[in-house]
Write a new protein. Structure first.
Length: 377
């Protein structure tokens, strides 16, 4: 007898490996966008608060302007993995979401306020105003959401505390406490935000829409931030690993896939450290070099997502929930329709990206600075 609800009336309609593949790919994309938001927002806030040079103003505006778009990706790329997670781990994740239900549902109103603040922040920067406090408000909201997600993703692994939490607060107003893995995980994602955002600035440095001075500024700043954050993320990763129970550590060490993912992440983070250090010192503006940044970000985050999946599966297995033992009755006609629509969807996204790539580039300089230049002439 384990602590998970026994009811699982409907078998899975597709192979478990397919759900897992789709889950890890879509969740990696969610993590890329989410980390750009966490790091990019605080960088724009600090540039608005402390930056004096025209290049720092352009950088803050360019990042803030894009953050409203990044937010749409955070949300839309969060939906598919949430659906796959519910299908694979419903008995765990539904229960933990109910047990801390008030916090879980609070994500929606907080998200709406954050979105509004992001638009106000971007508009204020465009007008050349000091609006860092709006951005900071949005960042606190984003951090709060990240904390709620980490709390739920770790609570779903602890069936032993659910009944007690529910008896203390049936309304779900209590956040779980006492789990040694929660805080390190939260700090790991926080540090990762600055790795992703630093790489994002290096990528922006290679775009021809920025002047040479702005490009060098972006590259130097992004390189420094990504390099320092990469070191911090390695430290937090070790803390996350050490906080795992011995049985999970042993499982991670004896599974080839998780070993490849773990060492893959470590190796890629070391490469990011060198690449970011190079960008900070040499301040390159080559498009080719700048494209390495998103490639490294995606690959390292995908490895981390796979390893994180291993931590979850091994923890659940140690408590009696074997995701690979789920009952499967594949409905091939539905799976085929899904895959065809998926490929069509990818084609449409590719076409949309090509339209954006061919569009006339927008000026990166804030409109207030353009107006000031005009009146000075
Ligand atoms: C500002 C908004 C958001 C932030 C900062 C954020 C942050 C995070 C963080 C930090 C995690 C990892 C938690 C952990 O493993 O410890 C996570 C996981 C996740 N997030 Fe988000 N998130 C946001 C919005 C959303 C939205 C709107 C959705 C869905 C509609 C979503 C779906 C997910 C899913 C499905 C997972 C992981 C599920 C799994 O483990 O399988 N997120 N998010």
């Amino acid at each position: 007898m384990n602590g998970f609800p026994a009811v699982d009336p409907i078998p899975l309609p597709a192979p478990i490996w397919l759900f897992k593949l789709l889950h890890i790919v879509t969740l990696s994309l969610h993590f890329v966008a989410m980390q750009m938001l966490i790091g990019g927002l605080l960088i724009a806030v600090l540039l608005n608060l402390l930056g004096r040079s025209p290049a720092s103003k352009t950088a803050a505006t360019a990042v803030a302007r894009r953050l409203t778009v990044v937010m749409t990706y955070v949300i839309n790329l969060g939906v598919p993995p949430l659906l796959f997670a519910q299908v694979l781990y419903g008995r765990a994740i539904y229960t933990s979401s109910v047990v801390m239900g008030a916090w879980w549902i609070a994500v929606v109103p907080v998200l709406i306020v954050v979105y509004w603040l992001l638009y106000r922040f971007a508009a204020g920067l465009e007008q050349g105003r000091k609006v860092w406090w709006m951005g900071l408000g949005a960042w606190i909201g984003v951090g709060g959401i990240a904390h709620i997600y980490t709390a739920n993703m770790t609570l779903m692994l602890r069936p032993e505390v659910w009944q007690q939490m529910y008896s203390v607060s049936p309304l779900g107003t209590h956040l779980p406490t006492g789990d040694p893995t929660t805080a390190p995980r939260f700090l790991f994602f926080l540090a990762g935000g600055f790795v992703a955002a630093g790489l994002w600035l290096i990528y922006l440095a290679g775009r021809k829409t920025f002047t040479a001075i702005e490009g060098r500024f972006l590259s130097a700043l992004g390189g420094r931030i990504a390099a320092i954050a990469a070191v911090l993320q390695i430290v937090t990763a070790i803390t996350v690993y050490r906080a795992q129970p011995a049985i999970v550590q042993a499982g991670l060490g004896s599974n080839l896939l998780y070993k490849i993912a773990g060492f893959g992440w470590l190796g890629l983070t070391a490469v990011i450290l060198i690449y970011a250090g190079f960008a900070a010192i040499a301040k390159p503006s080559s498009t080719l070099i700048s494209w390495l940044a998103p490639a490294l970000a995606f690959l390292s985050i995908a490895c981390m997502t796979l390893y994180r999946d291993g931590i979850r599966d091994l923890t659940l297995l140690s408590k009696g929930y074997d995701v690979w033992a789920r009952n499967v009755v594949t409905n091939w006609s539905v799976v085929s329709i899904f895959l065809v629509l998926f490929v069509v969807g990818l084609g449409v996204v590719g076409w949309l990206i090509s339209v954006v790539a061919r569009a006339t580039p927008i000026a990166e300089t804030p409109t207030s600075a353009i107006a000031a230049q005009g009146s000075a002439l």
